[in-house]
Design a protein around this ligand. Structure first.
Ligand code: GNR
Ligand code: NI
Length: 178
């Protein structure tokens, strides 16, 4: 199962809007498996297809402690989000080493297809609710740093561009730094 390269901010491809998956079929299964393998390898709790430069509405998530409860959400739609919101610390595999507070709904209800094309409804709160909202933002081309002040965002941009130049020079791959 190949590990996929994760795009790093400020790569403009992170801002592309994903298109709905037209047909959930066998052809999609290798991508799902590769995204799960990539998420586990990177020790993330979620991964959106956008982050591996596939601009389709597909996300994988696993917020379990044992890393054995994979969720696959295809064409996800948030059908309800709590009015109650809370600020929590977020990170992103596409923004390595950066953590900051983002306000999100504390609970959401999501409708999506599973990997077999079967409709599923997920009621989420806690970390799962945060993760779902973070991943759905990716599908819309939005990265969490866009919720931060322009000053913070520009500092992050400068830091990551510098790191990526150093990585390119030393021959370290994109996965070399978290
Ligand atoms: O691994 C991840 N951890 C995380 C922590 C707090 C809020 C959101 C996340 S998602 C992130 C993986 C990722 O970048 N998914 O897009
Ligand atoms: Ni992310």
């Amino acid at each position: 199962m190949p590990i996929l390269a994760i795009l790093r901010y400020p790569d403009p491809r992170l801002h592309k809007v994903a298109q709905p998956v037209a047909d959930v079929n066998e052809a999609l299964q290798p991508l799902i498996d590769d995204m799960l393998a990539t998420m586990y390898e990177a020790q993330g709790i979620g991964l959106a297809a956008t982050q591996v430069d596939v601009h389709q509405r597909l996300i994988v998530i696993d917020v379990s402690e044992e890393r054995n409860q994979p969720l696959v959400l295809i064409n996800p739609v948030i059908v309800w989000a709590s009015a109650e919101r809370q600020k929590g610390e977020e990170g992103c595999l596409s923004v390595p080493g950066i953590y900051d507070g983002v306000e999100r709904s504390v609970a959401v209800r999501v409708e999506a297809l599973d990997r077999h094309g079967k409709p599923q409804t997920i009621e989420a709160d806690g970390l799962l609710a945060v993760c779902i909202q973070h991943e759905m933002d990716h599908l819309m081309g939005k990265v969490f740093v866009e919720y931060l002040s322009p000053l913070k965002r520009n500092r992050i941009k400068t830091k990551l561009v510098k790191e990526q130049k150093e990585d390119a020079r030393s021959g370290h791959g994109p996965q070399g730094r978290m």
